[in-house]
Design a protein around this ligand. Structure first.
Ligand code: CTP
Ligand code: MN
Ligand code: MN
Length: 498
């Protein structure tokens, strides 16, 4: 369980390395330094005609002015006062290493024109990059519409709003309005990534995925009247209650609601209802598995399953994934990937683990799904929520003594154990990186797929990455490889809480 995220790693954004500043005047003689200076004028905010005027002026004084932002440029000059949007623009429009250039405000240029030579760069001239690599922009305009280009930690500055939006989204989902549901989920996801609390209309306006309806909701109501109406709606409450049972999906919940059932006793006492095995366990362990799982409990389960893996094969590995890998303190379950380097043995490993847990007397429920993975059927153009790897959905008995600091127990509960939901998935070894990326979640993954399809003509899922232009699969042994294939900056797991 070497993946547990320390508090330190969660502290983010990191203060970005300061750019070179207050350096000695450029090395060498004055004359040589002059020729070494290659200026690039940013047209944004400056305007085309002023840019061309300043270019001619500088050239007439013997300065080198580049037309494009190439590697040759040493001094970028801008009249854009908004540092964050300027840097975002520069990063979008430059393939070169920006850290090797001075990014300067117009005062350096005018001083240099006056002196008829490039003046030494001073701190007062610098336009500092206030952005960490991709975002947590201070400017709404620099926020990407894709979650995979935003960094979203568990720290949420707009919790009231995102909670409200999620209620609205869920209500749309319950009413079969998928488009509206997705729109509110996307808006909530954007709000979660912000490093500031949204208040002013100007900023809301510039944000991607936030339409007028949402802006109105934010500005006029906050946690709106509409949200409160939904929260007290009987249908919403009932569907929410029924779908909170392990094994009960929206369809089943609606069926029960339509039959006039409103409470658990209603369902359990209705003789014509036949619960499947999963639902029976869901009701049986409801109290335990509807309560959050703590990090310490996740860690304890990691040790138990790790032991099982190693009892079966010394080469097996267990990797924590899901919400806990993203640094969450609590989860609704614990997700792990199990792998063995021997090809074709992944299914046997998983069934052996289940057997081992059963022999230990801690297996309360198991739904095993064998692998239907077939590389020759890829790439899949359909969106599939589930992958085809061997997996199992478990309920395990966790003893209090196994957990550092004890169990998360309900008040008045004197038992020294609790039931916990655990998911295990076992991909073939060469599919590990794709599985890890997919199972680490959260909704981040969906935007990664959308980005791949729309921006890169590639198909990504939990199994593979396919380049439609080159008509070939792109190999990856780590998540970083996948981000690199997609031309995206790497986003750490704890920055994927979109
Ligand atoms: N997942 C998946 N295929 C499945 C099951 C889950 O790809 N058959 C992915 C989900 O899309 C999700 C991740 O695995 O991104 C973890 O799922 P889940 O446990 O439901 O969510 P968590 O993010 O771990 O949230 P929680 O902490 O509440 O468990
Ligand atoms: Mn989970
Ligand atoms: Mn899960």
């Amino acid at each position: 369980l070497g993946h547990a995220v320390s508090k330190n790693m969660l502290r983010w954004p990191h203060p970005r390395k300061r750019l070179r500043s207050e350096e000695a005047p450029l090395a060498g003689s004055e004359k040589a330094a002059f020729g070494d200076v290659h200026i690039f004028l940013v047209e944004r905010k400056m305007g085309r005609s002023r840019r061309s005027f300043l270019t001619q002026l500088a050239r007439s004084k013997g300065f080198v002015v580049e037309d494009v932002l190439s590697d040759a440029v040493t001094h970028v000059v801008s009249e854009d006062g908004e540092a964050s949007s300027l840097w975002a623009w520069l990063k979008d429009h430059s393939r070169s290493d920006l850290s090797r250039m001075h990014v300067l405000d117009i005062s350096w240029f005018t001083d240099s024109m006056k002196e008829k030579r490039p003046v030494a760069v001073e701190t007062k001239h610098l336009i500092q990059d206030v952005l960490p690599e991709v975002s947590t922009p201070t400017s709404a305009a620099a926020v990407s519409q894709y979650a995979c280009q935003r960094r979203t930690t568990t720290e949420n500055h707009n919790k009231n709003l995102t909670d409200a939006f999620e209620v609205l989204a869920e209500n749309y989902e319950f009413n079969g309005m998928e488009g509206q549901c997705l729109a509110f989920r996307r808006a909530a996801s954007v709000l979660k990534s912000l490093s500031w609390e949204v208040r002013s209309s100007e900023r809301v306006h510039e944000l991607p995925c936030l339409g007028e309806t949402m802006e109105e909701l934010i500005l006029q109501y906050g946690r709106s009247f509409e949200v409160n109406k939904i929260l007290s709606d009987e249908r919403y409450q009932t569907l929410k209650l029924f779908t909170s049972v392990f094994g009960v999906g929206l369809k089943t919940a609606e069926k029960w609601y339509r039959r006039g059932l409103r409470t658990f006793p209603d369902v359990l006492e209705e003789p014509s209802i036949h619960l499947n095995r999963m639902q029976q366990s869901g009701f049986l362990h409801y109290g335990d598995i509807s309560r959050a799982v703590s990090k310490a409990e996740a860690q304890a389960l990691g040790s138990i399953i790790d032991e099982a893996v190693h009892a079966i094969t010394p080469d097996g590995t267990l990797t924590l994934t899901g919400g806990f890998r993203r640094g969450k303190d609590f989860g609704h379950d614990v997700d792990f990937i199990v792998t063995t380097p021997e090809r074709g043995q992944e299914e046997r490993l998983l069934t052996s683990i289940i057997q081992h847990l059963k022999q230990q007397g801690i297996l309360l429920f198991s739904d095993y799904q064998s692998s239907s993975f077939d590389m020759s059927k890829l790439p899949s153009h359909r969106f599939e929520a589930m992958d085809h790897f061997a997996k199992c959905f478990l309920i395990l008995r966790l003893e209090g003594r196994e957990v550092e600091g004890g169990l998360c127990r309900a008040e008045g509960d004197s038992r020294d154990w609790r039931a916990v939901r655990v998911d295990l998935v076992s991909p073939p070894p060469d599919r590990f990186a794709f599985t890890l990326l997919g199972w680490t979640g959260s909704r981040f993954e969906r935007d990664l797929r959308r980005f791949a399809r729309l921006e890169r003509r590639m198909l990504l899922d939990n199994h593979a990455l396919f380049d439609k232009t080159k008509k070939e699969f792109l190999a990856a042994t780590t998540e970083k490889d996948i981000f690199a294939h997609l031309g995206l900056e790497y986003i750490e797991p704890w920055q994927r809480n979109a």
